[in-house]
Every structure is written in C-alpha cells, then in structure tokens.
Write a protein that binds this ligand. Structure first.
Ligand code: ZN
Ligand code: ZN
Length: 64
C-alpha cells in the first residue's frame, strides 16, 4: 500500500485506490469497487440517485 496523497475527486480524503482506467488516485468513497474504477470512469448510476443508509436508525416509538 504505497498510494499516498489525497483523493483527486474530493481532495479531502486520503486516496486509497488508484483507478486502472485513468490512473487517478481516489478515496474509498470515490472508487467503485463493483466497476473497478473511480467514480469518473464508472458508469453513472441514474440521475444522481444516492441511496446512503440513513445514519442513526430512526426507531419510531410504536405506541398503540
Ligand atoms: Zn474522494
Ligand atoms: Zn478513473
């Protein structure tokens, strides 16, 4: 693991992956593991539909 530097996309996180397509180093958030490339090279998935799991599960109090 000798990938050092910041993600070329967000420039905020530490780059942990290098895209085999364009050679960009990106963080884990901007690397599509399924496609095996960075988010730039990975095919777009719909019109910016981000389905991030909501942090902090909302447990509604079920009161009957
Ligand atoms: Zn990033
Ligand atoms: Zn790429």
């Amino acid at each position: 693991m000798s990938v050092t530097g910041l993600c070329e996309i967000c420039e905020n996180r530490t780059a942990e992956y290098s895209c085999p397509q364009c050679g960009a180093v990106v963080c884990e958030k901007h690397f599509d593991e399924e496609f095996g490339a960075c988010m730039r090279c990975a095919p777009a998935r719909g019109p910016s539909q981000e389905h991030e799991p909501s942090e902090g599960e909302d447990f509604d109090t079920f009161q009957l």
